[in-house]
Structure formats: structure tokens, C-alpha cells
Design a protein around this ligand. Sequence first.
Ligand SMILES: [Zn+2]
Length: 305
Amino acid sequence: MPLFLYSFRKDLPEALIQKAEKLKVRDLDTLPSGTKVAFAEEGKNDFDVSLDINAQGEIVASSCDCQSPQPFCHHKVALLLFLEKKKSGPKAGGKSKSPKREPTPAEMKMSELPEEELRMWLQKLFKKRKDLELEFLQAFSPVKTQFTYDEVRALSEEVIQSVVKSKTKKKMEMSEIRKILGFWKTAHAPVLEYYSENPAAEDHYRALEGLLISVIAFDWRIRNNTNKLQQYEIEVLEKAGTRISQIMDFSEWQKALMYFVRYAESNPGSVLRHLYLNFLWGLYNRATGERQRFLRSTGLFARLI
Ligand SMILES: [Zn+2]
């Protein structure tokens, strides 16, 4: 009969459990193989107990030096009770994670494996899973703090290709789009930060433009019915707008806005112009005094006002 760490109480005789509850367990250790070892104290005697528990919580092997003919002596049960208490203890205490969490089987394996083998395995994995390779790079690369327009375009394209290998693939699964968006949010965060550092400077604005053009170009290319990408564009512009609104100095504020105004003026019919007009219109409605007068003077929404 299989015995499980989480349900052994109902599978073992009550008397055995009561007998085990009287014992004290000490010096619990986990061997590199994952085997749990401890001493069960009974009177003056110590019994060396070991349990092999697999990832599903099943006890697959056990030993005890009491030489009992029973497959499951009360010393082993005492260790089971001890492990059960350890598992449920921190949960009952509160929502904080226990710092003494038992390592998972994978964590155990990683601590055993030589570094070289881990490296080789990751290399193989990255050949199959470009998305994981990118995630790995994002996690371990020093964070870039400056971006040109072309760099943002290249970075954004790299993300797409990490998820979909074919450059010309047009029909895309929703799951792929979600994945790309997820990676973009991470990859674009430092770009937005760079923009926020100085929205009145052209280099900083151009990085933001590169970001938006990348999203628009992708949206155009895949011909999907989702509005997730447009939502993302609007989200990015909202962040830019919030940042611009924080500029106290009027001429700095004007400088920051002029990049959007000029783009809208010189790119009739473009998708980005359309986005920019909505964005500027939003700002106009929230602006007062000279800021509102300035936006009106651009003539961009002459038909609306
Ligand atoms: Zn025993």
C-alpha cells in the first residue's frame, strides 16, 4: 500500500501513531539524494531513521535500525509526524514564507550538479527555447540606461524573434502575442525610464518613438484582431503624459510636447499621428491657461475645438 506524507494518518493504525507521538525527533537532515534522515529518541535509545519521499509526497523507501519486522515501525512514523508538522507549521503561523523551506527536488539536483553540466544543459535549452534565452539575458545583463531610436527598434524586434522564429509569419496565436507583450514590458521599462529622465531632450523622445513605432509595426504586420497592442501603446503614452504633466517650467513642457506636435504635423495619415492626436487632445483637456493656449495654437485639433 503506498503511503503519503499528507495522508499517512488515515492509512496507519491509530495505536501506531499514538506510540510514535510519544517519541522525540532530532537532528533532521536532508541528504543530497533527497533522503530525510533523523534520530528518533525512545527512552535512552536513539534510532536512526531514514525516509525517501518523492515529489508527490509518496514514501518510496525507508529504513530504521530498530530491526522491527513491521514495514513501518513507530520510529519511522515519528519522523513522518515531525515532517508533517514542519510542513504545516509555518502556514498555521501566518502568511509569511518560512525561511527554512525544504528545497525542491530540482533545487537539490542543482546543488549537486557540477557547474559545467548546468552550463551545457542551459545551452541546449536555449537552442530550443529562444524566449528563455532572452529572459536569461534580461535577468543577467547590466541594465542599459540609454537608448537610440534604432536600438529600441532592434531590441523590440529581438523580443518578437525570441517568441516566433519566422520573420514573415503573419498569423499569430494570442498566446504568442501575450508572451511578446510580457517580454516587451520588461525590455521597454528601462526605455521608458530613459524617456522620463528628460522628456524635453530629443534623444530621449526618439527612444520613446522607437518603442511606439515597434509596437505599431508589429501590430500592422500580424493582422490580428486583438486590441492588446493598441492598449499597450496607449499605456505607454499615458506614462509619458503623466511625466510631461509633472514638468513645472513652461518652456521645458513646451519642448517636450513639440516632438509629438511636429511628428503629427509631418506624418499625415500615419497610425502614430493618430495616437499622438488622441494623446495631445487628452493633455489639452487636462491643461489650463498658457498650456491650453499653446496646444490650441498648434492648430492640430482645430476641428475639435
Ligand atoms: Zn524503528
